[in-house]
Design a protein around this ligand. Structure first.
Ligand code: PMM
Length: 280
């Protein structure tokens, strides 16, 4: 999944694709680099960001979705608002990527159910303004797993089909760096939920802090690519269904190397073995 933020203020690519031509051009390039989906977002979710209104969000994303789908690019809409999702689906988007996992807008489940489209349920505890204070867990992996299971149950109860659901640990959303690393290390416990898992570490600030200069200055966002690629390989090798990244080429190349070793076959065999053990 390639990231295309048509926002003036996202942490990595904010402002770069704010006009239609550059946004569409970048979406096509992401596709050419190997993205199966281009994820279009009109509202920044970086910590501390102020909210925009739904009409502004729709006006940012809709023209880009129309042009990209007309060019044959498969698109997901990154929104937690039902109204925006509905408009995006009508304009050709195929997937709803909801960073709130259905919590921010009670109408989202109806929109997704009626559209019968895939729905990414990301782990979330609150909007950007407040999420720093919400990063309190007893055991982050167990807690995220429990809260994702609750979102799955709510989606199923609202009539969304199980085979439409994808889960996401929501790295950086009400999570400290230590939480993100713990979730990465223990991904199989989230995969045990039995749903495809999307993993979004790309260029996030905890990678910048890991790679900080000796004086503590975080590595700038544009220089976090090798670290991002490492997270992509680790996540996919652990069994993730997809990775959400800004530089699709770099991750696609790394995954091609991983695939060439025969590791996908070994990983599938390990998963089968695990499933058999669980069944026994
Ligand atoms: N991260 C961001 C935005 N949307 N969606 C999913 N499913 N998972 C994520 O981790 C995620 C997301 C924030 O990153 P950005 O500002 O670069 O888009």
């Amino acid at each position: 999944m390639g990231v295309l933020n048509v926002t003036p203020d996202s942490f990595s690519d904010g402002g770069r694709y704010a006009d239609l031509d550059s946004a569409v051009g970048h979406g096509v390039r992401l596709r050419e680099a190997g993205a199966d989906l281009v994820d279009i977002g009109g509202e920044s979710t970086r910590p501390g960001a102020e909210r925009i209104d739904a009409a502004t969000e729709v006006s940012r994303v809709l023209p880009v979705i129309r042009e990209l789908t007309a060019a044959g690019v498969a698109v997901s809409i990154d929104t937690s608002r039902a109204r925006v999702a509905e408009a995006a689906l009508a304009a050709g988007a195929m997937v709803v990527n909801d960073v709130s996992g259905g919590l921010a807008d009670p109408d989202m489940a109806r929109v997704v159910r009626d559209a019968r489209c895939p729905w990414v349920l990301m782990h979330w505890r609150g909007h950007s303004r407040e999420m720093r204070e919400l990063a309190n867990y007893t055991d982050v992996v167990a807690d995220v797993r429990t809260e994702l299971a609750q979102r799955i149950d709510a989606a199923l109860a609202a009539g969304v089909a199980a085979d439409r659901l994808i889960v996401d640990p929501g790295l950086g959303f009400a999570k400290t760096a230590a939480h993100n690393w713990e979730l990465t290390a223990r991904l199989p416990e989230l995969l045990d939920l039995g749903y495809p898992l999307l993993f979004g570490a790309s260029r996030k600030s905890y990678l910048g802090r890991l790679l900080a200069a000796p004086d503590g200055t975080p590595r700038p966002t544009a220089q976090r690519e090798a670290a991002t690629v490492a997270t992509s390989v680790l996540a996919v090798a652990a069994g993730a269904w997809g990775v959400r990244v800004h530089d699709v080429q770099a991750t696609a190349d790394a995954l091609a190397v991983w695939a060439a070793t025969g590791s996908p076959r070994l990983a599938a065999a390990a998963r089968d073995d695990h499933e058999q053990k669980v069944q026994r």
